[in-house]
Design a binder for this molecule. Sequence first.
Ligand code: AMP
Ligand code: GLY
Length: 419
Amino acid sequence: MKLLVIGGGGREHAIIRKLSESPKAEKIYCAPGNGGISCDAQCVPIDAMDKEAMVAFAKAHHIDFAVVAPDDPLAAGMVDAMEEAGIPAFGPTAAAAVIESSKVFSKNLMKRYGIPTAGYEVFEDSGAAIAYIEKNNTFPVVVKADGLALGKGVIIAEDLQAAKSAVQSIMEDKIFGQSGNKIVVEEFITGPEVSVLAFTDGKTLKPMVSSKDHKRALDNDKGLNTGGMGTVSPNPYYTDEIARECMETIFLPTVAAMNKEGRPFKGCLYFGLMLTESGPKVIEYNCRFGDPETQVVLPRLKSDLLEIMLAVRNERLAETDIVWSNEAAACVVMASGGYPAKYEKGLEITGLDENGQTGGATVYHAGTKKENGKFYTSGGRVLGVTATDATLEGALKKAYSAVSGIHFEGAHYRTDIGK
Ligand code: AMP
Ligand code: GLY
């Protein structure tokens, strides 16, 4: 089969690595891809949001199956466009992707179907939002933009002043554009966070192994929120008992709810969970594989990813066996100095071989480009250095040892992933 993977980060690199293990995968294209991905797939310079160009490319190159990985093209209907053109695609339709692209939709869905989540109110008017926060007088309070905001649309306000300025900047100053036309004001809840990705074809749901992201930029969970600075799998807080509870109270009810809403979800559904004292609750849904969760989850997959994705697309997931390894995996993200705020690009990366790899670990490229055989930084998150081992300690040791041999000016990584 000829495959087209849409996207160009560490997650897409991990997906492509696993797809290329399938005996059915004859040729893999990636649009737009990146420097590291170009060592494993043929990269094509098409913007991930350009539906017309993507469909034209897929037709011209006789693509048999497309995998749409990032949130923006999913929300914009890339899967719908592919399917309408007769190209089978993995991922939710725009109608189903709304579970991520509108927090108002997902919160109302959870309320309607009794799926546990933090208490909340929706506002379309900043004055009403501030009046509510004043009256409620409970801090911290969480203020969320309704729409997509590059993972930055959540503000945890410690006091009234901070809450007022959060509402002001989202709804009036429109720092996230139209994504801030509505907001969710949410109860602050506490507990360990768990990411669970699941395959679902709208009928059957099969969770993948659990993982734990580290979202803050600096050690000890200090600094700004990022897309994710590192992950481990399995998540040590996620016991079999909690997994059973989540299946019953969250995962299956979510699939059923989307069907009842006439928005059947097919693809990878991401559950961002918080294990609170009163049980697991949903912090957020994503309509796609997590990044950098995928980098620790897929290396543990023993089954053929292409077969699973085809089964999801063809609604045959119930008949498909999915086998995982018992090993642990760890991913340490090497980021550009300054990320997630301002950072430089175009810095040479040393310590990688001609395929962008290094001994003892797998290097998933997130923000790199390759020129004349050399790799250069081209984004905030640059590399996801990933290792597996019988124990988490072993996996972390291998990953950090590989990190110590890779250099670029200003490189920043957390030293406490998995601790
Ligand atoms: P989200 O983009 O919705 O995943 O939110 C980003 C991060 O904000 C989450 O990973 C949590 O750490 C935190 N967060 C979001 N909602 C809440 C909440 N209701 N209570 C406490 N923390 C939250
Ligand atoms: N790592 C969090 C996400 O993919 O949304």
